[in-house]
Design a protein around this ligand. Structure first.
Ligand code: B12
Length: 302
C-alpha cells in the first residue's frame, strides 16, 4: 500500500516539475501541501459543476444554436454535450464524474446522529450487516434483524393508527435534507386528524419492502417509511414516502403508494408532508392502499 510519505514525495516531484516548466501564478495550494517547493504556484481549478458549465453547449458547428439552447433549457438531461471522436469531451466527462461522486457519497453516507436525536429516533438495523451487503442483497434490507425486532417490540406503541419510521434507503443525504421539514408536518397533520401515531424510529439499511416486517411487530393500520431515493447523478437529496394500509408479509408494491421526489426543487417537503397525511386519511377511509385504493376511488367517481 502507498504511504502518506510516498504520496507527499510524488506531489513534491510533480510540483517541482511544474515549476521547472515555468508554470507559476499567485500562491494558493489546497491544504498548503508542497509549500516548500511551491513558491508562487497555484493549482486552483475552475468549478465545473456550476450552472455556467452545465448549461453551456459543447457541440461544435451547431447549425441552429437557438434551437439547441431552447432544447437544453427544457431538461436537466445531458444533451448538447458534444463529443471528441467517439468519446466525451473533457468538461462533460468531468461533470459526469463529479456528479457520480455525489451519488457515491450519498449511497455510502451515514446519517447525522444529531438529526436522529433531534426527533428522538432510536436506531435499529435490518439484516444487512454492512452497506456493501445492503447494496448487493436488497432482500436483507426488507427484514429486521433479530435485535431490531426485539427493540421494536419493547419500545414501540402497538396497534397505532399510523406508524411512521425513517430509513436511509439509498441516500442518507435525502433524509438529512428533508426530515426537519416533512416530519413535523406529518406529526401535526396526524394529531389534528385525531389519529394515534406509533413510536417513530430510524432503520439503517432499509428497503421499501421493510414496511411488511415492521408491521408484523407494531400492527398499525397504516405504515409509512420516509426513505432516501436512489440518487440520480448529482441529485442526492430526494426522499420518498412509501406507505401501505395494513402491510402483510406478502404485500407488494401494488399494495403501496408513494409520494416521491421530495426535496426543495421537486415536491416541496412541507407540501409532501401534507400529501402524505391526505393519503393516510384516504387509506383509512377506504381501508385500502395501492391499486385497490385507486380502483375504489375510481369506482366512486364514476
Ligand atoms: C428504481 C425504481 C424502480 C425500479 C425498482 C426496482 C428496484 N428494486 O429498485 C423498477 C424499474 C422496477 C420500477 C418500476 C416501477 N416504477 Co419506479 N422508480 C424507481 C426510482 C427510479 C427509484 C426508487 C427508489 O429509489 N426507491 C427507494 C429504494 C430504497 O427502494 P427499494 O426498496 O430499493 O426498491 C423498491 C422501490 O423502488 C419500489 N418502487 C419502485 N417504483 C415504484 C413505484 C410505486 C408506485 C411503488 C408503490 C413502489 C415502487 O420498488 C422497489 C422494490 O420494492 C423512482 C424514481 C424516484 N424519484 O424515486 C421510480 C418511481 C418510484 N417509479 C414509478 C413508477 C410509476 C413505477 C412503475 C409503476 C412503472 C410502471 N408503470 O410499471 C413500476 C412499478 C414498480 C413495482 N415494484 O410495482 C414512479 C412513481 C410515481 C408515483 N408517484 O406513483 C417513480 C417516482 C418514477 C417517476 N418519476 O415516474 N421502479
Amino acid at each position: 500500500m502507498i504511504t502518506q510519505q510516498q504520496i507527499d514525495a510524488i506531489i513534491d516531484a510533480v510540483v517541482a516539475e511544474l515549476q521547472r516548466q515555468g508554470i507559476s501564478s499567485p500562491p494558493s495550494l489546497v491544504g498548503g501541501r508542497g509549500a516548500g517547493v511551491l513558491g508562487s504556484l497555484s493549482l486552483d481549478l475552475p468549478d465545473i459543476t456550476t450552472s455556467a458549465y452545465r448549461t453551456r453547449s459543447y457541440v461544435e458547428n451547431v447549425r441552429k444554436p437557438d434551437v439547441l439552447r431552447a432544447l437544453m433549457q427544457t431538461t436537466p438531461a445531458r444533451i448538447g454535450i458534444g463529443h471528441a471522436g467517439p468519446r466525451y469531451r473533457n468538461i462533460p466527462q468531468f461533470i459526469f464524474w463529479a456528479d457520480h461522486a455525489v451519488t457515491q457519497d450519498a449511497l455510502f453516507k451515514e446519517i447525522d446522529s444529531a438529526l436522529l436525536q433531534q426527533f428522538n429516533l432510536f436506531e435499529v438495523q435490518t439484516q444487512a450487516a454492512s452497506r456493501q451487503e445492503y447494496l448487493l442483497r436488497p432482500d436483507l434490507g426488507r427484514k429486521l434483524s433479530d435485535a431490531a425486532r426485539k427493540t421494536l417490540s419493547e419500545r414501540c406503541v402497538k396497534n397505532p393508527d399510523v406508524q411512521v419510521y425513517v430509513a436511509d434507503g439509498l441516500s442518507a443525504s435525502a433524509i438529512e435534507h428533508n426530515l426537519r421539514d416533512i416530519f413535523p408536518v406529518i406529526q401535526q397533520g396526524l394529531q389534528q386528524a385525531g389519529l394515534k401515531m406509533g413510536t417513530p424510529f430510524y432503520v439503517k439499511y432499509g428497503r421499501v419492502g421493510l414496511l411488511n416486517d415492521v408491521n408484523s411487530v407494531v400492527d398499525a393500520k397504516v405504515v409509512v417509511t420516509l426513505i432516501g431515493e436512489r440518487p440520480g447523478l448529482g441529485r442526492a437529496e430526494a426522499a420518498s414516502a412509501y406507505m401501505g394500509y395494513k402491510p402483510q408479509p406478502d404485500s407488494t408494491d401494488a399494495d403501496r403508494d408513494v409520494v416521491c421526489n421530495i426535496f426543495n426543487g421537486g415536491t416541496n417537503p412541507l407540501e409532501a408532508g401534507a400529501y402524505v397525511v391526505e393519503y393516510i386519511k384516504r387509506m383509512l377511509k377506504h381501508q385500502a392502499s395501492g391499486i385497490k385504493l385507486k380502483l375504489i376511488e375510481q369506482g366512486q367517481n364514476k
